[in-house]
Structures are given as C-alpha cells and as structure tokens.
Design a protein around this ligand. Structure first.
Ligand code: NAI
Length: 725
C-alpha cells in the first residue's frame, strides 16, 4: 500500500476520521502526483478500516482549503500525464469516488479558498460547511484558464443544481463566490464563523446522518430541472449553444464548448459514465495550446508581475497614508475611489470646489451601487467616503506622502499644478502623473525632485480596470519605482513597469491594432467584416467602434506630435496607410467619433450606435479590389501588435515578457486565449520560425510594417521563445 504524504489521517475515539490536507512541500495543497498517491492510499485505508469509521471530514491545515489542479504539471502536460491524474477509472477522481461511496457520511469543512480542484473535493462530499473567512473564494474558475473541472466538477454540479444553473452560475463564467454568495446560490450548505464552529457543524452532520449518500447515489434520482432527453428541457437547450456563440463572438475559446458538451452528454448517462466523458473533454483541453497559453498568462505571468519581478530589489516596502489626487475629472475621480477603497486618505483637488465635489460624487455613486447590490455595507461605504476630502485649496494637500496628477493632457498645466503643491506635500512625497501620452522624462523637468517623479498610467474606467502601467523616466530613481509599485499593489491593481517612450507600451501597441483596422477600411474592405475579424480574433472591443469611442482626432493629435518630435531629431516618420483614412473621415466628412455624434458608426441623439456609417462603403469601397482573406484580416491585427511589442523589447521600452503579456491582456484587450502578446508569438504554429515566415508573407502583401524585427529573427534562428527565465 502506498503511503499518504499530503493527507493526514486523524481518527477520534468516536470513529470520525478527519482527513487533514497538508502538503509538506508546498504552501498550498494541489492535485499533484503526491496527492494522487495520497488520496488513493486514503481510499484503500478507509475501505480496509471501514467498520471502525463513523464519518469522514476533509479539511486543511493550510490557510486555503485546497488550491486545485497543479498548474505546473498542466502547463507541460502531454496526453498521458493528464490521463494519469484525472482518469475516471484510476486517477484522483476514482479515489474521491471511492470515499464518496464508502457508505459513511463525508463532509467538507472548507476552512479557506476552495477553487477548482478544491471545490471538486468539496463536491465529492455529502455536506459542505464553509468558514466565512474574509477573502475566501469558492467556485470552479477552470474556464478562465482554458480548462474544465476534470475532477468530477462538471458531472457533480450538473447533478447538484441542474444543467442550466450549473452552466450559467458555476461552469461557464468561472465565478469565484464569497462564502456568503456560495451559500445563497447553493454551492455550500452552511457557513461557520469560526474554525471550531465549522468542525462542530461537520460532526453534527455526521451524527445526524449516519447513512448519508450523495443525491445521485440514491435510486430513482433525477437531475433537477430535467435533462436534454426531457422534451420540455430539450426545447430550451438550443439556446445554450446559441448564447455561447454570441458570448464568444466566434473567438477561439475551446473550453466553453467542451464544458457544454461534457455537461449535456454527461447528463444523459449514469454518473460513472459522466465522469469518463468529463475526463475525455478535460484531456482534450489540457493538451491544447489555448489552456497552456492561459495558464502561462493568468497564473505564472500574473504571479511574477504581482510579486514584484519588475520591482527594484532591496528597497523596503512602503505604504501610502494620504494621497493628493490633482484633477477630479473622469480619471481623477476613479483614482480617488480606488485609493479610498484601499483605505488611503485622499485629498481630491480641482480648480473649483464644485468640480472637486463632483469628482467625489462619482465615489458616492459607486458606493451606493455597491450597497444596493449587497457587495458592501452602508457603514463600510460611509467609511470609504469619509476618506475623500474634495478641495480647491492647494494648502489642503499638506501631509500627503504621494501625489497622483490627472489634470488635462497639457504639459504646461501639469508643470503648473506640480509647482503649486510640491512644497506643501511631504518633502519626500512620491510624485506621479497619469498622463496617457506625454513623455515622463520631459514632464519630470517641471518638478524640483525629478528622481521622485514617475508615470502611473491608469486605464478607464479606473474602478474596473485591473492594470496600471508604471513608466520610469530617465531620471526616475529606483526608490520611486519601488514606491510606485507598492502603491499600485496597495490599491489591489496589477503593475507593469516600462521605460519612457512615446505612448509607453500600451497606448503605442493598441495604436497599431486600431491603425490596422482602419487601413483595411482604406483598402476597401467591408467595414462589417473588419469588425467581425476583430471579434473572431478574440478582441473584446471591435476595432472601429473602439476608435470611435476614443475619438478620431486624438490619434491624429498624437501622430502629429510624434511626427514633429521624430523629424526634429532628424528621423523619418513611418507613414501608415490608416492616416489618410482618418484624415478624410475628420476633414472631408466631419466625423470625429462618438462624442461628436458621428464616426465610423452613426449614433442617435443619446449617443447609442445605430449602425456602421453607410458612407464608408460609398467613399472607401474599391469595387475592383479582391476581397481580403478573413484569416489575413484577423492576423494583421494580432501581428501588428505582436511585432510592435517585439520592437518595444528591442528598444528597451519593455524589459519583461510577463509584463508584456499581462499588460496586453489586462490593459489593451489583446485576446486572452493567446496568453498575451508575446505568448501569442511563442504559441504560433511552427513557433517563432513559423511566426517569422508568416510575418514575411504579410509584409509582401500588405507592407513593410510587417517585417519581423531583428530580435525576433535572431531568436527564431536560435530556436528560442520569449521568456523571462
Ligand atoms: P478630464 O477632462 O475628465 O479631467 C481633468 C480635470 O482636471 C478636470 O476636472 C479639470 O477641472 C481638472 N483641472 C484642470 N486644471 C486643474 C488645476 N490647475 N488643478 C486641479 N485640477 C485641474 O480628463 P481625464 O480624462 O480625467 O484625463 C486626465 C488625465 O488622465 C490626462 O492627462 C489624460 O491624458 C490621462 N488619462 C486619460 C485616460 C482616459 O481614458 N480618459 C486614460 C489614461 C490617462
């Protein structure tokens, strides 16, 4: 018999066995090979000593209950490995099933986060008691990593709550529930306020239910809400694939399709067969490129970024107490809210008290909404709002240890507002600008302490967008960079770090995407096809609608400024075919975008899109031109961003692959299925060499801007990929 190394067997005198999940080699429990062996050993022992057992409780000695599948294994898993761990006949699933059907009550005492595989252990228990611990999360987020719950999660949620609820509430969105919401939605049976209460409730269940079984192991069990073989249910079923299709918009995400198939096929067969079907669909996903991409990005890269891979080493962490936010417009108001939500005092300053108060009203609106939806309490909302002091008086920023400037995008004005407050705030206060386009090095010339000056580029809407791009100017000190990094983490956002350059990383690269979409319109492509190509490539926003929202005059202004700077420095501006299209749209047709009521789209009087502007076809169509291949349209958008990202690496604007991947997905909507803009290159068919070959093809057909940069060609020749290691 193999020994259990990651699960402790603790049996009390009444015959209750507590299985303490406690992997000695990791800070969190995962479904690794050691767990597979341990749970098999536990199942053997439970069967052998069955007569002395009255009930079983799963709980964990870690802060979290159980972290889920072992992503280190999964990211490199071939078909056999995946099969080994999750095989329904021999793997972890089999052992959990043996314990589930031992004939004794099984309870999960969920002492902390139970996501993915963790919640699957809980689902293989007859009763679930969750500790209502702050920050604790419960659910099956596999879909967000391009996977499906392969440890029985699909088969059991379908049987627990019916196919419709299982798909919509748990499987397809990957929602992570707080314990309270998990209780409301039927994911757990009971909550407990303390670990002692949790274990007492688990024991009470065992005492009261000595013969307990899973609902699906009771003869005559029927799936709640019916199965596809029931005519009433069958009538509704087509809505699922249709809704899914609409939700995915044609983007290449295999996980939702496999989840749907595993749920529907599994609902029509017995439970054991459903487990086998689920394993088959799981294996297909785990060996595929999309899951590997998404695990790399959302697990490894995100962890590297948030844990400070780009933060200078050896500098003591610092927390901000009181921040001055200068400018209470759209961005300043959102920044003030995000800081106050993290418990930081905020002085929100604008030119007039009215404007500052209006900025604070934005937080009041968000708080009222959160209270009405039960996401926070009135007391907490009041406490948050009490942290924000609106003002027009520069003297009020006294005592601030950080400043975030978000006034109009004008360098003289930015200099002026810093001069107004730099002698009032703490003498070593961190000085940040939220500029979206102005070079940080030049802005730093306007303050008395350029070493403490740094770019902190937030995205709109600030309260929702998780990313902040930190921009290091030439004179920015390491101390300021570390402090800016700590501030972004303090407000629970994800910081990427880049060096100063026009448009930094994010604005520069997303500009390529928009330019490429517009260039296709100029080549006479059907604008609806351009939009559809962006959607099918997996972009969350369609390209022409995105540009309308931004306004067409903004890229033109940025282009003119950049061109001037490049030409003054003796360089040549690389013309892009999009420029002529934008110029015609603005100068000839007066269509500046959504805020002006007309752009690539038409708008009604409430600013709602009513359809693509028919004039596009009339003025830009080229009746004799061959239709652009759809695949080319998609790849032109993806390649334009990937190639410019490689140039950012080459120029030293970017210094980290993880920052590029995370920044591209979280900041500028690069499709998540790719794992980020450089992982897209790594995962391209044929690897870097395949990518280089395709770039040459695109360059031959569409222009030299697709020529691969030297760094890419060299790496391809050496057989390397883009990685930070
Ligand atoms: P906005 O026009 O909504 O707000 C600017 C605010 O600054 C106004 O309330 C104005 O009264 C105030 N202001 C002007 N002079 C001032 C002074 N002397 N002292 C204090 N306040 C003053 O502009 P928005 O969109 O919030 O942008 C602000 C900054 O953030 C700009 O630099 C912009 O480039 C940048 N940014 C904007 C993004 C966006 O999506 N709008 C995204 C990222 C950065």
């Amino acid at each position: 018999m193999t020994e259990s190394t990651t699960i402790r067997w603790e049996q009390d005198e009444t015959g209750i066995v507590t299985l303490v999940l406690d992997d000695p080699d990791q800070s969190a429990n995962t479904m690794n090979q050691a767990f597979k062996d341990s749970i098999a050993a536990i199942a053997d022992r439970a069967e052998a000593e069955k007569d002395s057992i009255r009930g079983i409780i799963y709980t964990s000695a870690k802060k979290t209950f159980f972290a889920g599948g072992d992503l280190k294994d999964m990211v490199k898993a071939g078909p056999e490995d995946a099969q080994q761990i999750f095989d329904a006949g021999t793997g972890i699933k089999r052992s959990l099933r043996r314990i589930e059907t031992l004939g004794k009550p099984v309870v999960a005492a969920i002492n902390g986060a139970a996501l993915g595989g963790g919640y699957e252990i809980a689902l293989a228990s007859h009763h679930r008691v969750a500790l209502d611990a702050p920050g604790s999360k419960i659910g099956l987020p596999e879909v967000t990593l391009g996977l499906l719950p392969g440890g029985g999660g699909v088969a059991r949620t379908v049987r627990l709550m019916g196919i419709a609820d299982a798909l919509l509430k748990v499987l397809l969105q990957g929602t992570q529930y707080t314990p309270k919401r998990a209780l409301d939605d039927g994911l757990v049976h009971e909550l407990a306020a303390t670990p002692e209460e949790m274990l007492a409730k688990a024991r009470a269940f065992i005492d009261a239910n000595p013969e307990s079984k899973q609902p699906w192991d009771v003869p005559g069990y029927k799936i709640p809400g019916g199965t596809p073989s029931n005519p009433r249910f069958a009538a509704n079923l087509p809505a699922f694939p249709a809704n899914l299709k609409k939700q995915l918009n044609g983007a290449p995400y295999p996980a939702p399709r496999n989840i749907l198939a595993a749920a529907v096929e599994g609902s029509q067969v017995d439970f054991e067969t459903a487990l086998t079907i689920e394993s088959r669909y799981f294996t297909e996903l785990v060996v595929g490129q999309t899951a590997k991409n998404m695990i790399q990005a959302f697990f490894f890269d995100l962890q590297a970024v948030n844990s400070g891979a780009s933060r200078p080493k050896g500098i003591e962490p610092r927390k901000v107490r009181k921040v001055a936010v200068l400018g209470a417009g759209m961005m300043g108001a959102g920044i003030a809210y995000s800081c106050a939500r993290a418990g930081i005092q905020v002085v929100l300053k604008d030119v007039t008290a009215e404007a500052a108060t209006k900025g604070k009203a934005y937080s009041e609106k968000l708080c009222a909404k959160a209270v009405s939806r039960g996401r926070t309490t009135q007391d907490k909302a009041d406490a948050l709002l009490a942290l924000i002091t609106p003002t027009a008086d520069p003297a009020d920023v006294a005592g601030c240890d950080a400043v975030i400037e978000a006034v109009f995008e004008n360098p003289e004005l930015k200099h002026k507002v810093f001069q107004e407050i730099q002698d009032v705030v703490d003498p070593d206060a961190l000085l940040c600008s939220n500029t979206s386009t102005l070079p940080i090095t030049a802005l730093a010339e306007g303050v008395s302490r350029p070493a403490d000056f740094i770019g902190l580029h937030f995205f709109s809407p600030v309260d929702k967008m998780p990313l902040v791009e930190i921009i290091k100017g030439e004179r920015t000190g390491d101390e300021a960079l570390a402090r800016a990094f700590d501030l972004v983490r303090q407000i629970n956002k994800t910081p990427i770090v880049v060096n100063d350059s026009r448009g930094f990383f994010t604005s520069r690269v997303i500009g390529q995407f928009m330019n490429e979409g517009v260039a296709m319109v100029g080549e006479g492509a059907n604008p609806a096809s351009v939009e559809q190509a962006a959607a099918q490539a997996g972009y969350p926003a369609k390209v022409l609608s995105l540009l309308d929202d931004l306004t067409l005059t903004l890229p033109r202004k940025i282009r003119n400024e950049s061109r001037k700077a490049i030409e003054e420095a003796g360089g040549t501006w690389p013309e892009h075919p999009a420029e002529a299209v934008i110029d015609r749209m603005v100068d000839e047709f007066g269509r500046e975008g959504r805020s002006g009521g007309a752009g690539f789209y038409d708008y009604d009087e409430n600013g709602k899109r009513t359809g693509l502007w028919p004039g596009l076809a009339e003025h830009f169509a080229k009746p004799d031109a061959a239709e652009l291949p759809f695949e080319d349209m998609k790849e032109r958008m993806l390649f334009s961003e990937a190639l410019d990202t490689v140039r950012c690496l080459e120029e030293g604007v970017l210094t980290s692959v993880a920052d590029a991947n995370i920044g591209s997905i979280m900041g500028i909507g690069f499709p998540a299925w790719t794992g980020g803009v450089l992982q897209y290159v790594n995962g391209y068919e044929g690897g870097l060499a395949g990518f280089v070959a395709r770039a040459h093809e695109l360059a031959d057909t569409y222009g030299e801007r697709f020529l691969p940069p030297a760094l890419l060609v060299e790496k391809a020749e050496r057989g390397e990929t883009f990685t930070d290691a």
